[in-house]
Write a protein that binds this ligand. Structure first.
Ligand SMILES: *Cc1c(COP(=O)(O)O)cnc(C)c1O
Length: 424
């Protein structure tokens, strides 16, 4: 029996010429559930979480899964049972955590545009902390909490103005971004927060961007945040927890970001050196917990030779896999049952009527129509960003645990899509 794991993906491997997620054959899952189909490895998600847990062993640290990366209920349940809290960015995400059995006491609420209704609901269920992103939001939150006879726990998101060296659409800690409060305004804003009756200051947070592949931006951001903690505490406002956000990258295309435990070994050394090692730490990883755990399985519909390019038209599209169209992102694409012989270079594209609907450029593949392909590293920011564009139903999702595979989301039907519409 031959076995070869894919690079950076120990739970996804070819066994006897068949792509498998853990012990389940991808081709069997596609036959049973049809395509496009997302398949996730439970062991891969738990291993990614374990790397953080190992990094934080012996510390007061809390891992809040940034669920916008993948908010499917079964994945939330998995992380809740493994002890995670959640970083949410909407009232909808709050309801998802509650539906999956997550504890409100471990929820932190980020985002620049929280509505009063979202604040009220979060206060009603008793979340752990609001990560506030503007001065006006502080006033509104204090007013909402006071009107309910409550006090809202707050942390202020600070923009440390460091360049995470990632795609501009996913860098969030630079001066020109809409996120957080500037470095310079931090102390006066904390003083204002501390003066408001409806608020209790509990922490500070930052999040500098996503798909970060080096340690340096984290070290820079940490230095700046610790300087601010000193200044805020010198002003008489104690900071109970420090939240360093998420953003650690995954391997999409040969880039090898630091492992979570290595990253945190370096960051904790800095924290210790600066005397903050015993603080309550929080982090908000999203992509690095789920990204490499998922594949999107798709069938080749047509091969279309062209004058300049050969097209491989598959049944997954930008509505299922939005990252290439949105960020020019790269996903590896591999055959589910590789064939021997010569390869052809293809543009791998979906059926959506947009030239931006591509999944991979210049991919060398030996395929026939009817073959299955797997788009790798599709666990994060794929299903959670999926849309119904072109009236395409969202894909089904399967969770694999060893040799067991459970359908965790049924394919969306056209009836589902028309449910709330009226013919007027
Ligand atoms: C998106 C987001 C995260 C998670 O980012 P990843 O790159 O997926 O780790 C964490 N915190 C906040 C505030 C976010 O918006």
């Amino acid at each position: 029996m031959t076995h070869s794991a894919l690079p950076g993906q120990p739970f996804i491997a070819y066994q006897d010429g068949q792509l498998c997620v853990e012990g389940a054959r991808v081709a069997d899952l596609a036959r049973e559930h049809s395509t496009p189909l997302f398949v996730y490895s439970k062991a891969s998600m738990l291993a990614a979480l374990a790397a953080y847990q190992k990094g934080f062993a012996g510390r007061k640290a809390q891992i809040c899964y940034a669920m916008k990366a993948n908010s499917s209920l079964s994945i939330l349940k998995l992380f809740a049972q493994a002890g995670c809290g959640f970083d949410i960015v909407s009232g909808g995400e709050l309801e998802r955590v509650l539906a999956a059995g997550g504890s409100p006491a471990k929820i932190i609420f980020s985002g620049v545009g929280k509505t009063r209704a979202e604040m009220r609901r979060a206060l009603e269920v008793g979340i752990q902390c609001f990560n506030v992103e503007s001065e006006e939001e502080l006033d509104v939150l204090s007013e909402v909490a006071s009107s309910m006879g409550k006090v809202a726990p707050v942390s202020i998101r600070v923009n440390p103005n460091v360049d995470p060296k990632t795609h501009p659409y996913i860098s969030t800690g630079l001066k020109g971004n809409k996120f957080g409060i500037s470095h310079e305004r931090t102390v006066p804003v904390y003083k204002h927060a501390a003066s408001l009756k409806g608020l209790k200051v509990v922490g500070i947070d930052c999040h500098i961007g996503s798909q970060i592949t080096t340690v340096a931006p984290y070290l820079d951001a940490m230095d700046r945040i610790l300087d601010l903690v000193k200044a805020i505490e010198a002003a008489g406002i104690p900071i109970e927890h420090i939240d360093f956000g998420g953003g650690l990258g995954i391997n999409y295309e040969g880039t090898q970001p630091p492992a979570a435990d290595d990253l945190w070994q370096q960051l904790l050394a800095k924290l210790d050196a600066r005397g903050f090692g015993q603080r309550h730490l929080m982090i908000e990883p999203g992509r690095s917990l789920v990204g490499n755990a998922g594949v999107c399985v798709t069938e080749v519909l047509y091969l279309k030779p062209g004058e300049q390019k050969n097209f491989c038209i598959v049944d997954a599209a930008m509505n299922d896999l939005p990252r290439p169209a949105m960020y020019q992102a790269f996903h590896s694409i591999v055959p589910v049952q590789p064939r021997e012989g010569a390869q052809t270079t293809y543009e791998v594209v979906g059926p959506v009527c947009e030239s931006g609907d591509w999944i991979g450029h210049d991919r060398d593949l030996n395929i026939n129509s009817g073959d299955l392909l797997a788009v790798l590293s599709a666990g994060a920011y794929c299903m959670s960003m999926a849309s119904n564009y072109n009236t395409r139903g969202r894909a089904a999702e399967v969770l694999v645990d060893g040799a067991k595979a459970l359908l965790m989301r049924e394919r969306e039907t056209t009836q589902d899509q028309m449910l709330r519409e009226k013919l007027v």
